[in-house]
Design a protein around this ligand. Sequence first.
Ligand code: F6R
Length: 250
Amino acid sequence: VFDDKIDACSAAADRIAAVIRDRVSASGKAVLGLATGSTPVPVYDRLVEEHRAGRLSFAGVSTFNLDEYYPISPLDPQSYRFYMDRHLFSRVDLAPNRSHVPDGTVPEAALEAYGRAYDGWIEGEGGLDLQLLGLGRNGHIGFNEPTELDLDRALALPTRPVKLHPTTIADAAKDFGGEEHVPRRALTMGIAPIRSAREILVLAFGPNKAGAVSGSLLGEVSARVPGSLLRPAGPRVTWMLDPEAAAGLD
Ligand code: F6R
């Protein structure tokens, strides 16, 4: 639990930078799983600062984003591809062909196959060295929304098309200028590829996240609170919180 979200985001950025430096010097490459939303914006700002100061290069880095609305054009300012270009990709020396964001323009009939291919691309890169996650108010990670699935099936969920939960649609309404403009569907990295990352950082800030944080860390491990599905991954997972988000842990 950090003093505030800026401290937490600086620590997250420092950890990501350390993983990039270590992996690139050990094996010539580093593979990152990345998140969008309001939570990680200061993380990306700090990584860009490090890059501009000449202390961090993204040459050798590959990235895989967690999710994308569906359907959506990458040129739509609300798309997660657009967000990533704006906050990180256009500001660092990452090779354009090494950034992957699920494609919101894949034809309907190809969505399931595209999800399987996405997981194959991650495996083909040798798996994720580090996965950065935010947490939805309803406990979602990526767009793995709460469900009644049994635990084994939930833990095995692959990258796939999903329907967004009403809470997620309500939370996205401000970005889309009203709930009626929010896409009802998305592509999301599954619980299985997220959990297979060698290290996972979960960031959650503010009082709106307190219930999802305590549900994830103290409640039953269950698909009803997707954040709790990280618990079996044990010490590979680090939660980085501000005091408001941690309020339910006392
Ligand atoms: C974004 C993502 C989502 C967000 C979550 C929190 O790529 O996967 O799970 O991390 O909805 O969103 P913010 O940070 O806007 O509160």
